[in-house]
Write a protein that binds this ligand. Structure first.
Ligand code: HEC
Length: 116
C-alpha cells in the first residue's frame, strides 16, 4: 500500500515526484524574496533591482547552467537545498546560509531556474 502520510515536511528523496512538481515555486514570489534577502549584495541577478554584487558569481542565465557552484548538478531540488544551506552541498563554499525556508527556496529556485 502507498503511504498515507502526507508529503508535508517529508524530505525523503524517494517521495512521490508528481506532487512535488505540482508544488513548484512561483517565480514572481521568488523574485520578490531574492530582493528581500538582498542576494543582490553579492550577486548580479537579471530582473532584480539593484542586484549588482560582485562577491558571488553573476546569476545571469542560471537556468541554463549545468552545475551549481561548478560542482552540484543544477536540478530544482539541489538548487533549493543550496539556497537553504549551501555548505551542506559544498562544505568549503564562500556562500553563507541565509536562513531561507524550504518554501522560500522553492520560489527563489523557480525564479533562478527560468533565467535564460
Ligand atoms: C555574502 C555573499 C552572498 C550572499 C548574500 C548570497 N550569495 Fe549566493 N553565492 C555567493 C558565493 C561566493 C557563491 C559561489 C559559491 C561557490 O562557488 O562555492 C554563491 C553561489 C550562488 C549560486 C550558484 C552560482 C553558480 O554560478 O553556480 C546561487 C544560485 C546563489 N549563490 C544564489 C543566491 C541567492 C538566491 C541568495 C539570496 C538568498 C544568495 N545567493 C546570497 C555569495 C553570496
Amino acid at each position: 500500500m502507498l503511504s498515507l502520510l502526507g508529503a508535508c515536511g517529508s524530505d525523503s528523496s524517494d517521495s512521490a515526484a508528481p506532487l512535488q512538481m505540482a508544488a513548484r515555486g512561483d517565480p514572481l514570489q521568488g523574485q520578490r524574496l531574492i530582493t528581500q534577502f538582498q542576494c543582490g549584495s553579492c550577486h548580479a541577478i537579471p530582473g532584480v533591482p539593484a542586484a549588482r554584487g560582485v562577491h558571488g558569481p553573476s546569476l545571469q542565465a542560471f537556468g541554463k547552467r549545468s552545475y551549481i557552484a561548478g560542482r552540484v548538478p543544477n536540478f530544482p531540488d539541489a538548487l533549493e537545498q543550496w539556497l537553504m544551506a549551501p555548505a551542506s552541498l559544498v562544505p568549503d563554499t564562500a556562500m553563507p546560509g541565509m536562513g531561507v525556508s524550504r518554501e522560500e527556496a522553492r520560489h527563489m529556485a523557480a525564479y533562478l531556474g527560468q533565467l535564460e
